[in-house]
Design a protein around this ligand. Structure first.
Ligand code: NAP
Length: 388
């Protein structure tokens, strides 16, 4: 009997919010996907459960190796387990898989993304900081080695759908929608006193902590603008942000003739995930049907940059160039962590990012091998201006 053919998947960041949703998609389609790689950073317990469930060929855990083999992972045969534990995220990404999903958060996902594309692989990427910092290089590697980048972020997946079959020369603008985040209805004068708990209470999406805080400040939308520029070859002034609280329209493309295409669905990241994992086919029922008659009406508006100064900072960085984008992305990782730890206030996030953007505004293009250096410099500068 012929052996069953699965689509093999490595999930980088399998213990995170996106990673778990990718594995949920695998669970919905057990006849189609086979997990061959997993990775965690701190969540040993969940990684253990995932290894037990999916039996990947390889996994990465930074503190992995000897101690884990003998204690946490005692349910596994030691020798077999040791051979499965690789030394870095990049090494895991280098192992063959039909699709490697990058659901890692932060710039930590950079070299793994590069590794996938250098082996001519398919990279389904949610890890927006890596696209923001290295998008131009990733696109060049995709072309050079014949691999493929599939967007996994809901908005970029929507844009990708809108642009399918279109000639880039007719695309006038890309429009990204924004729900407004957890604090969208809070009076602006109260924002300075917002607690991490309030900012983490997103009205629509259930996501990891960093991206949820970034949604409350709308810095996330700024990162998405830069992401869209890199992924779809657009200029900063041709990627627009539209406030849309229902999150039913995820992205739109506006063409030279005045027509606009939009992608609508119930807000659930399962659609973007399955769009990428099934490409070029489509899954059945990734998300419930959209009942527009029941929804009745949709609201739109321009973003208020007084309420969302972090969006303004990100847009300035987008116009300034790669160095500024890398710097604000790195600084944001630092300030969000500080805000979550309670050492800075909500309004300090924008104030610090503004200073960082100004400092790095003239850096311009950055070579792939220099990205981590700029990232480190920006973090150092962020600490030097009082962030603890
Ligand atoms: N959540 C969403 O709905 C959503 C939507 C669109 C795009 N994104 C983007 O997708 C990425 C992941 O977001 P998320 O919300 O899933 O984040 P998350 O819940 O914080 O998960 C992050 C994952 O990356 C791992 N990780 C963190 N730091 C790492 C490091 N230094 N080295 C290796 N692995 C590391 C974590 O491991 P441990 O958990 O074991 O520590 C976890 O598996 C982000 O770039 C985010 O902006 C997220």
């Amino acid at each position: 009997m012929a052996e069953k053919k699965y689509v093999t998947l490595t999930v980088l960041g399998s213990t995170g919010s996106v990673g778990r949703q990718v594995l949920a998609a695998v669970d919905r389609h057990p006849d189609r996907f086979k997990v061959v790689g997993l990775s965690a950073f701190t969540n040993e317990r969940l990684l253990r459960e995932q290894i037990d469930k999916y039996s990947p060929k390889h996994y990465y855990y930074p503190a992995g190796g000897v101690e884990i083999q003998s204690s946490l992972f005692d349910f596994l045969d030691d020798e077999k387990f040791a051979s499965k534990c690789v030394g870095s995220l990049e090494e895991l990404a280098d192992h063959p898989a039909d699709i490697t999903v990058s659901a890692v958060s932060g710039i930590a996902g950079l070299w793994a993304a590069v590794a996938v594309l250098k082996r001519g692989g398919t990279l389904a990427i949610a890890n927006k900081e890596t696209i923001v910092c290295a998008g131009r290089h990733l696109k060049a590697l995709e072309k050079k080695y014949g691999g493929r980048i599939l967007p996994l972020d809901t908005e970029h997946s929507a844009i990708w759908e809108c642009l399918k079959g279109e000639d880039g020369k007719y695309v006038k603008n890309i429009i990204l929608t924004a729900s407004g985040g957890a604090l969208r209805d809070m009076p602006t004068e109260k924002l300075a006193k917002v607690t991490a708990r309030e900012a983490l209470n997103h009205p629509v999406w259930n996501m990891g902590k960093k991206v949820t805080i970034d949604s409350a400040t709308l810095f996330n939308k700024g990162l998405e603008v830069i992401e869209a520029m890199r992924l779809f070859g657009m200029g900063a002034d041709n990627v627009k942000v539209l406030m849309h609280r229902e999150s039913v329209i995820h992205g739109m493309a506006e063409f030279s003739d005045g027509s606009v295409k939009a992608l609508l669905s119930v807000p659930d990241m399962a659609l973007a995930i399955e769009t990428a994992l099934f490409y070029p086919e489509r899954a059945k029922g990734s998300v419930p049907d959209l009942d527009l008659a029941k929804i009745g009406s949709l609201e739109f508006g321009a973003p208020d940059l007084q309420r969302y100064p972090c969006l303004d900072v990100a847009m300035r960085a987008a116009r300034a160039g790669e160095g500024a984008c890398i710097a604000v992305s790195a600084a944001d990782e630092v300030v969000v962590e500080a805000f979550l730890a309670g050492t800075i206030g909500f309004s300090d996030i924008a104030a610090v990012l503004r200073k960082v953007e100004k400092k790095f505004a003239t850096v311009g293009d950055v070579a792939l091998e220099d990205i981590i250096g700029i990232d480190a410099e920006a973090r150092k500068y962020t600490y030097s201006i009082g962030v603890k």
